[in-house]
Design a protein around this ligand. Structure first.
Ligand code: SAH
Ligand code: SF4
Length: 457
């Protein structure tokens, strides 16, 4: 009897949640084609890199990772190495010049063709490069291999129309395109039937969802529709753009019981001069007013953000304005970035690029301030009972479970694996910079203490 072993694939993802979701789609398609997942690149017949080019750092890491595989390709020339996503969309065949051992190069819009391109590469000795300028299929119409059974990402828009002057996203993802409300609701209903209880709506600027289809934003209406789907317990969304976060949306978040009290609202910089040069379309004052409104209307809300230092022309005074926003808003968490010029964007051509040492110094100041604020804000949760969706066994300590509060804070607590995929009440005992520690509550009492814990697996 001849047993045919199925070929294996390995996907490495760089960048944002949209990319992670695209990788799930790639995995779903390859699975459908008969491939099986491999645990490492070394064990795979097809290795896919799903790339990011938002910052220079992600780009450098990608080439580092791809070049490590040169020797593997020499040993096993039939291994297929594919590089896809944002980097090839922007730089095209340059990827092949920098990494000639790559077999397939494909753009962000070519995702549905990946299986076909791999089949072609298996037959062909010369590399294949396919980059379409625009979208033909909304990626969500493709199969998906989700990492978690009970959580799912759902893209509601792809692309971006904002053209912030530092950002490559509009060039690599194209113009903002929304999916019709009924398609999104249908997908979420299907996911709910498969056991998904938490969905995260994805888009570069979810607040403007629907403008291309309906003439005005229908994001609030979408939230209200999804809130009606019975099995869904939690609805999250990212990213919100301050210029489009309307009262209507804030009210929908406040009123829909399943929509989590968490808004990720990047502010990037505090100085009006820099915000203008970034083309962000709001002022520091407007940003402060929106966050004030959010806190008034949505009790217990957590606000997180993205902040960038070292944009061209940023003076010490400009940077102080950024720190001032951090002090005033008191973000629960912030993703902090050092500006890196991206070829082809207007900011890369601006004079007054900031020296690396100054950028680094500002970055360190910002991070230390935000870390202090994060810890102070998390400490306020000590003693409170919060709802946690249990996600997994903690990576660091197998006796602990890990989950997230509705406000998106990570909580570790002792408990049985059986709780995974369930929503439990947890009393917070300790706050740490990146997580909280707590204990599960049963009927108003703490069920277990870490010291008395016996794990039932
Ligand atoms: N659409 C989202 C963000 C997408 S990119 C928004 O508008 O907020 C994610 C983050 O990367 C941005 O918020 C920004 O802080 C950072 N970023 C984007 N381009 C960058 C660049 N050239 N250098 C450094 N950070 C950058
Ligand atoms: Fe980039 Fe600005 Fe669009 Fe966000 S809103 S993806 S930062 S251009």
């Amino acid at each position: 009897m001849i047993v045919e072993m199925s070929k294996k694939f390995f996907i490495r993802t760089f960048g944002c949640q949209m990319n992670k979701h695209d990788s799930e789609r790639m995995a779903g398609m390859l699975l459908k084609e008969g491939y099986a997942p491999a645990k490492s690149p070394q064990a795979a017949d097809v290795i896919v890199f799903n790339t990011c080019c938002v910052r220079r750092h992600a780009e450098e890491r990608l080439y580092g990772n791809v070049n490590v595989l040169k020797s593997l390709k020499k040993e096993r020339p039939d291994v297929i190495i594919a590089v896809g996503g944002c980097l090839p969309q922007k730089y095209g065949e340059e990827v092949l010049r920098r990494a000639p051992h790559v077999d397939v190069v494909f753009g962000t819009h070519n995702l549905p063709n990946l299986p076909k391109l791999i089949r072609l590469a298996e037959r062909n000795s010369s590399p294949i490069c396919e980059i379409w300028p625009g979208t033909q299929t909304f990626p969500t119409e493709l199969p998906s291999l989700r990492e978690k059974r009970f959580q799912a990402w759902v893209p509601i828009t792809i692309g971006c129309n904002n053209f912030c002057s530092y950002c490559v996203v509009p060039y690599v993802r194209g113009r903002e395109t929304s999916r019709p409300i009924q398609d999104i609701c249908r997908e979420v209903r299907d996911l709910a039937e498969e056991g998904v209880i938490e969905i995260t709506l994805l888009g570069q600027n979810v607040n403007s969802y629907g403008r291309d289809l309906y003439g005005r934003s229908r994001f609030a209406a979408l939230l209200r529709e999804l809130n009606k789907i019975e099995e869904v317990q939690r609805i999250r969304f990212t990213t919100s753009h301050p210029k489009d976060l309307s009262d209507e949306i804030i009210e929908a978040v406040a009123e829909c019981d399943k929509v989590c009290e968490h808004i990720h609202l990047p502010f990037q910089a505090g100085s009006d001069k820099i915000l203008k040069a970034m083309n962000r379309s709001y002022t520091k004052q407007q940003y402060l007013e929106i966050t004030k409104k959010i806190r008034e209307k949505i009790p217990g809300v957590s606000i997180t953000t993205d902040i960038m230092v070292g944009f061209p022309g940023e003076t010490e005074e400009d940077f102080q304005e950024t720190l001032d926003v951090v002090r005033k808003v008191r973000f629960d968490q912030a993703f902090t970035f050092i500006y890196s010029p991206r070829p082809g964007t207007p900011a890369a051509e601006m004079g007054e690029q900031i020296p690396e040492k100054v950028k680094m110094d500002r970055f360190n100041q910002l991070v230390s301030l935000q870390n202090r604020v994060t810890l102070e804000e998390s400490s306020k949760m000590v003693g409170k009972s919060v709802e946690v969706l249990v996600e997994n066994v903690s990576k660091k300590d197998p006796r602990m479970l890990t989950g997230r509060t509705r406000s998106n804070k990570v909580v570790h607590f002792p408990g049985s694996k059986k709780l995974i995929n369930q929503i439990v009440q947890v009393i917070i005992g300790e706050a740490h910079p990146w997580h909280l520690i707590g204990e599960v509550v049963i009927r108003g009492q703490c069920s277990v203490r870490s010291s008395e814990l016996e794990i039932q697996n």
